[in-house]
Design a protein. Sequence first.
Length: 243
Amino acid sequence: MSAPGEAKEHRTASRVTNILELAAKSEGGIRLAGLAAALDAPRSSIHGLVKGLVATGYLHDDDGSYTIGPAVTALLAAPRPSIERAARPAMEALHRDFNETVMLSFLVGDAVVYADVLESTQMIRYSAPLRTRRPLYPTSSGKCFLAYASERYRDVYLTAHIEKEDRRRQVQEELRGIARENVAINRGQTLPDVSGVSAPIFGNGKLLAVLAIAGPTARIATHLDEFAAAMKDQVRQISARLD
């Protein structure tokens, strides 16, 4: 019998933590059948928990094989040494060259989370909120994640967030262009006074994170193409460090 106030095991909480621990231990990921067997639980019971963890970013679904998701690191400030260490020189170079705010972001569920930021030293600047969920669209970082997501994921996300069908078609075309050019631009779409440029960071053929630079629209609007060229060069160097 537990003493008054003593913590008690909760079956659902235990299953969730066990799922995360099993995913963390598996080098190549663990499938639903493996989770059910390890937990001695029906697949139907585990399935809902796994899908919930994927939706919130605590697990990553790689074609039915589950690994630890970015929420565990980005939201809880756990270290991502390989990506953050590889990205830091690029962030410092962009910050030095343009003195605008530079951000490294991860996909967490259906949101973007900034995990590392170098703010501009100028008096008027964009201050990026760390470890806070931000929408995928129309942020420039979110556009990158959407551009390289599966077609089904994009359709579901855009249907849920953009009411008009003709507008969704326009966004789909924009995202296809981003995938072709490897760069996304936000010209005051999220906040009229802020514009930004983002580029995807790939490692071993997978989209891992997004690098972005943002600042006051009035100051950077005429420099976005210059930012984009510099950004693409820097993310190529990051990806080379990660491969």
